[in-house]
Unconditional design. Structure first.
Length: 573
């Protein structure tokens, strides 16, 4: 493995007291040591590169490509590894989107978003007075949609080169023999302890008698057994047989509604990616049931006629313009977006240049807009998720965002199967106008129906320059996902930033409702004051997104960056 530059070694997790022999997680090129690993925040690689939320998963992805696999192989092995080492969002009990461009130019969109169970109904989270019972859509058994991740991995396997048995083995080893957890993971597990106990009907590996601390080893035997069933039986090892039985028994113990038929009938779907141009670059992104592709197309097209680059990075002028584009796009999200198999999402109109110019016609520089006067356009439509960016030797680009929704999902761990179920039902509009956990509102387009996929903000994205691979990017962050990706793209294209700066500079977010701008703590204080003077309400928050980006340099090197906001780490060769 030849790393050209490693600029920053951010942290090292070690377990020096562990008496077990160090298991070899992957063989070729480099042994990945689950008891001693480093976080690498940025590097340039000559051939293949990955970036994701955990260094062990990144190393496993790179090793799979080194062993002869491609970016699709890496994405499968990394999602399975993250399901073990990053239980807050890595998963087999959730769902996601994979977007890829093969080296021959073929585009692939795989939708493995969770679906509403057959017994779900429009008002299932309302009490008899019509009030929203938020706890039910956000925690416990009723909060889960039918998981899609395993179906998504097998749909991806069509494009991969290595046998599935090999791709899943590192995850099995990590679950069975354990790995050392970081301080951040220990804090996450400790703060979720009471919820795991409350919402799981059987003891779980995530709950420890005493508090977790950095350096402890997390062993997940039940999860290892589930992964072995998938290794042996394929997707049926999850959607049928023992695992399906364990899921349904868990549902029955906790008043959930997912049935054996729901699991058996679940399929991943191929979706045509959404494509548009921005300042001479070709952007490829995810179509509904993601709202994200439409949102970034709308926001970028709304600002394209303004010379944003000349305004300067995060000057009050560029930030205000970008906020007002965000406000207008998110108003459309609330009204017009949902699962296209159930609701006619007017994608073409929403990203039409004339429509978008009209949306910006009331934009007033130096004065805050208002979400009371800006409504959706009239058309005759803990934020834990996680992202993987991959670029292989052949030039295949893969961008995957997958999720349990909130951190550690519903907090229901399937008894005997060892994995956490999602709380994705909260991404539906449980009642028109009622905010979900991200404060997002929605209506008919995103109402609950059996089999329907809840609207997502996840937006794995690719950028081509001169029709050649240029950037692979994406992020977690609930409704802040599209604004994070939008700002990363503007940082690269308008402000000529490298991948590291593009994802790590402070961010801001406006989502129409609530009518306020959220900014990260390190956002420029003067710009904040000037925006307040214009009439913007500003609130501060700790972090917006955890973005992973790979940018291809003119010399072909893969400039690879992992977000500073977590244990995110890059790998490659
Ligand atoms: N659950 C986060 C999203 O899909 O937007």
């Amino acid at each position: 493995m030849r790393k050209i530059v490693i600029l920053l070694l951010a942290a090292v997790c070690t377990q020096s007291v562990n008496s077990q022999s160090v298991p070899s997680i992957v063989g070729a090129g480099k042994t990945v040591d689950p008891y001693k690993y480093s976080i690498v925040k940025k590097a340039e690689f000559s051939k293949a590169a990955v970036s994701c939320a955990h260094p062990l998963a990144s190393e496993i992805g790179a090793a799979m490509m080194k062993k002869g696999g491609n970016a699709f192989d890496a994405s499968i092995a990394m999602q399975l590894a993250l399901a073990v080492v990053y239980p807050g969002a890595g998963n087999i009990g959730g769902g996601g989107f994979l977007l890829a461009r093969k080296s021959n130019g073929e585009l692939i969109g795989i939708d493995y978003r969770e679906a509403a169970p057959s017994k779900a109904s429009r008002d299932m989270y309302l009490d008899k007075n019509g009030n929203v019972q938020m706890a039910l859509s956000q925690t416990g058994h009723l909060a889960s949609g039918i998981p899609g991740t395993i179906a998504g991995l097998f749909a991806t396997l069509d494009y991969a080169k290595l046998p599935f048995k090999q791709l899943i083995q590192p995850a099995i080893d990590l679950a069975e023999k354990g790995f050392v957890i970081s301080e951040r993971e220990a804090a996450g597990l400790n703060s979720t302890r009471e919820s795991f106990i409350k919402y799981s009907t059987r003891p779980t590996a995530f709950v420890k008698e005493n508090k977790w601390k950095a350096g402890d080893t997390l062993v997940q035997k039940e999860l290892a057994a589930t992964l072995k069933r998938v290794q042996k039986e394929g997707a049926k090892g999850f959607y049928e047989g023992e695992t399906a039985k364990l899921i349904v028994e868990e549902m029955q113990r906790g008043n959930g509604i997912i049935t054996l038929d729901d699991l058996k009938d679940y399929t991943a779907k191929l979706r045509s990616p959404l494509e548009f141009d921005y300042r001479g670059h070709h952007i490829i992104s995810f179509a509904p049931p993601s709202s994200g592709g439409v949102l970034i197309a709308q926001m970028l097209k709304m600002i394209e006629k303004y010379p944003v680059g000349s305004y300067g990075f995060q000057t009050v002028k560029s930030v205000q313009l970008m906020i007002e584009a965000e406000r207008r796009a998110y108003a459309d999200r609330a009204e017009h977006m949902g699962d296209p198999d159930f609701y006619n999402v007017p994608v073409k109109t929403l990203i039409d240049e004339t429509y978008l110019a009209k949306r910006m016609s009331d934009y007033t520089p130096d004065k805050a807009g208002s979400s009371t006067s800006v409504k959706a356009g009239v058309i005759k439509e803990s934020e834990e998720t996680t992202h993987i960016s991959i670029m292989d030797e052949d030039g295949n680009m893969v961008s995957v965002t997958y999720t349990l929704n909130g951190g550690y999902g519903s907090r229901t761990v399937v008894g005997g199967a060892g994995f956490i179920l999602n709380n994705e039902m909260d991404d539906f509009s449980v009642k028109p106008g009622a905010p979900n956990m991200y404060g997002a509102v929605g209506g008919e387009a995103n109402s609950i129906q059996p089999g329907k996929r809840m609207l997502s903000s996840m937006v794995p994205t690719l950028i081509l320059k001169n029709n050649k691979p240029y950037v692979v990017v994406g992020t977690p962050g609930g409704t802040t996902i599209p604004t994070s990706v939008y700002q990363a793209i503007v940082n690269i294209i308008d402000f000529s930033m490298n991948a590291d700066d593009a994802i790590n500079k402070p961010k801001f977010h406006h989502q129409w409702l609530p009518d306020e701008v959220m900014v990260e703590k390190d956002f420029d204080a003067d710009v904040k004051k000037q925006l307040q003077a214009m009439g913007y309400k500003i609130s501060e928050r700790a972090a917006i997104g955890r973005t992973e980006a790979i940018r291809i340099l003119p010399n072909g090197k893969r400039e690879t960056a992992a977000d500073k906001r977590g244990d995110d780490s890059v790998a490659g060769y």
